[in-house]
Design a binder for this molecule. Structure first.
Ligand code: GTR
Length: 367
């Protein structure tokens, strides 16, 4: 059961009229969407620092049969009102690499269990983690006087944009580590961390694969297509206003009038790889609405001849970043980075017979 408050807007339609008809047009349309989405929803990301470097705090090889090496870095950024730093932990499998990376900003949570860690390493990935709440805290205090807010006191950025900035700074450092393959960096986050990961992937073209788990409202969920029991703008802004730009408040009670929907946030990632992992029972995160944003964004991937680079998967159960979700991400990444076929599709029909909540179709390509 769900309500379509309005159809999903056409991502190919330029603001001033006309539609995208070739790859160059899409670049221009993408820039328009980016401005609109940052200006309205998340705020603009804090500035790119003048310098970013890593200081190693410790490095050792774990005394276990895996031969894994562990290093902790202090990621230091210069620029703004004062220097800033946060910690980045890097687990590297045995061997010379270069290895693809899975980067996750949810070190403040406890979803990356020993089992998850082992699976990532055994499949030949570096696991890099940081605690996004070191960038800006995840709490209600309205004073913007801590952590990155002291460095960049100006700006309309909410916490999600600041956390996305944290992903970018981790990439700055990772891409220069000797056993990292900079062309195979995947990022992931869960729930509010998934919203941040989606935004990070949408705004940084160095990221080869973006993944958001159970990210819901302000993430992979649609504002217009509202599944029964899903979180609405008024709910999320009632409790977590500081995650977003203050301008988003203008749309409380009229979600369907936003000048974009989340399929267009997903489309910013195209043609780079994008996977969202969802749970059928996680009604608050709007599983039906996330399917509609998938359908909408898939059209952009089709336009760019990259259909197999967007995927979605649904599992049974509720809100969680479960081993299952991690395995799905690794299956998708394996297909892309290691040419290993998982033997199943990332283009499922979780709601058989459900029609797209939009009338527009793919524009003909002129190039
Ligand atoms: C909820 C919030 C959701 C989701 C979740 C989480 O309370 O309403 O949008 O972000 O928290 O992060 O676990």
């Amino acid at each position: 059961m769900y309500t379509v408050k309005a159809e999903l807007p056409d991502p190919f339609a330029f603001d001033g009229g006309g539609r995208v008809s070739d790859a160059g047009d899409w670049r221009r349309r993408r820039a328009e969407l980016l401005n609109l989405i940052l200006g309205t929803e998340y705020g603009h990301l804090p500035p790119t620092p003048t310098d970013v470097y890593a200081e190693i705090l410790h490095a050792y090889t774990l005394h276990d049969p895996r031969g894994v090496s562990h290093a902790t870095y202090r990621v230091v950024t210069e620029g703004g009102a004062r220097p800033f730093w946060f910690l980045l932990s890097v687990l590297t499998p045995t061997g010379d690499g270069p290895f693809p990376v899975v980067l996750c900003g949810d070190a403040c949570w406890r979803y990356i269990t020993h089992r998850v860690e082992s699976e990532i390493l055994q499949r030949g990935y570096i696991l890099a983690t940081f605690n996004r709440t070191e960038i800006v805290p995840d709490d209600q205090r309205t004073e913007r006087d801590r952590a990155l807010h002291q460095v960049y006191p100006e700006g309309d950025y909410g916490a999600l944009a600041a956390w996305a900035w944290g992903y970018h700074r981790a990439v700055d450092v990772l891409q220069d580590l000797p056993r990292v393959d900079p062309d195979r960096i995947a990022i992931v986050g869960h729930s509010r961390g998934g919203k941040a990961a989606l935004l990070a992937g949408a705004t940084d073209e160095r990221i080869a694969l973006t993944s958001a788990n159970n990210s819901g409202c302000g993430g992979a969920g649609s504002f217009r297509v509202q599944g029964e029991g899903c979180e609405l703008l008024e709910n999320i802004l009632g409790v977590f206003p500081y995650w977003f730009s203050p301008r988003l408040n203008d749309y409380i009670g009229r979600d369907e009038e936003l000048p974009f929907d989340q399929h267009e946030v997903k489309a910013l990632v195209a043609p780079r790889a994008l996977l969202t992992t969802e749970a059928i029972g996680d009604l608050w995160a709007n599983p039906i609405g996330t399917y509609q944003t998938y359908l909408g964004a898939r059209e952009v991937y089709r336009f760019l001849d990259a259909d197999d680079l967007i995927g979605v998967r649904y599992r049974e159960g509720g809100h969680d970043h479960s081993l299952d979700d991690w395995q799905t991400l690794l299956d998708f990444s394996d297909r892309m980075f290691y040419d290993r076929d998982p033997g199943y599709s990332f283009d499922p029909e979780p709601f058989p017979g459900m029609a797209p909540a939009f009338p527009w179709t793919l524009p003909p390509r002129a190039d």
